[in-house]
Ligand binder design. Sequence first.
Ligand code: ADP
Ligand code: ZN
Ligand code: MG
Length: 501
Amino acid sequence: MYQSFIGLEVHIHLLTKTKVFCRCRSAFGDEPNTNVCPVCMGYPGVLPTLNLEAMRMGCIVARALNCTIPERTWFERKQYFYPDMTKNYQISQFASPLGQRGCLELEGSGTDGTPIKKKVRIKECHLEEDAGKMIHTGTVSLLDYNRAGVSLLEIVTEPDMETGEEAEFFIQQLRRMVRYLEVCDGNMEEGSLRADANVSINLPGQGLGKKVEIKNLNSSRFVRLGLNYEIRRQTELLNAGRTVVQETRLWNENRDETVPMRQKENAQDYRYFPEPDLPVFCPDPAFLASVDRGLVELPPARLKRLTAEYAITEEQAGLICDEKTAADYFEAAVKAAAAPAEKALAKKDAADRIAKWILSDIKHLLHKEGLSGLDSFALSPSRLASLVLMQAQGRLTGKLAKQTLELAAAEDKDPELIVREHHWEQITDPALIAETAREVLAQEKTTAGELQGPGAENEKRRKTLFAYLVGKVLAATGGRADPKIAGEQIQKLLKNPAPPP
Ligand code: ADP
Ligand code: ZN
Ligand code: MG
């Protein structure tokens, strides 16, 4: 009966090598307080200088979110007192952020299976510096300023979402997007992407309600759970004739509920004023061109293209497009396998085979080796293509193809070479296979006899026995015999056993 409104503020760490206003290294997990200098420690009299790469990456995200980049963008000081920020103010953007009024189209389905199709307006994207990290242990709090001054882009949406599932989907889609753009690693556990979720409810037609902000959510699942919990809590309050207190809350993952943190401050409290130490930034054509060069085909568009161009299923395309490295690898491998050559495969045939390799055996192999993605996989796309070709030409059984894949990846070697060295080429010569089959039948007299006798009426039993014999033939050839031909030869021999020599 109530309408709900959800707006997100997502913070992403930009993958700049150095911090946003000084030259300190920007990295996660270094020894505490080693990546610091007078600028990011806020010593008096030091001057910040803008890291242009941070500005460029921020503008790339802004453009990907269909935002306008203003002709003039600048920085403000956001005043607050807290030990994680030694200057007592954070350099941020307020009046003219680098990205303004954009949108992101959500299309897909939520974790609960309901379809999602919605255009979420983006209010703005602004560049700022991150604060240090506080670690609370018992009665003391420790401070690590390595993160202080790290480039942070904040993306603020309008309150256009309505369910936890939509907000979760937004985060997932945004995460995939920034990874595609190679401006953020999207690692939520390490805090490279964190979200504050704002939510209010109201009677339909009454506009926005009193908003509650759930701060510092470091997983998209918590965004969903926290928001859905809040919608329930606020509904119960209103139903009981009470009011919602405008406040900041935290998600308690052990108790699966939000708990109050503080009453909400408002913008006035921060006393924003222009940062006098940084000039206004006016993007020139060369800068804007460098932003354009950073824009790549994004997942939703790529998914549609891959489905149409390669005739793979939407599910396959969805999985492949999850990671840009996988989509790039897939397209490169198909191109190699379908390259105009005598034995090239039809593009769709190649695509189908390669998609299957990537989504099963290669995926398992990456997992086994603890590799994060196909960019760190030793087997190049063209070598996968040559493996796929051998298999398509009937020169390699499925099982040996898998073994070849593993070796090719481990030894960084041409699959053709591996197959030749190990004599793994599939045996397809019926006469040769018949010879082995004859030997097997001579050894497996009982089984052969049962198959030929009256007991063979039981279909299931017959199949088991038959498969057993085929297995024996394959084993005797080191797995190289074509299983289909082996079956045919056994069948022939059973009807017509070989005359004694
Ligand atoms: P503040 O000044 O309190 O930070 P903003 O206007 O900057 O508020 O909005 C912060 C986020 O909260 C935005 O994502 C916005 O969409 C969302 N938001 C603002 N008001 C509401 C509301 N009443 N209900 C739900 N979300 C809201
Ligand atoms: Zn520094
Ligand atoms: Mg705000």
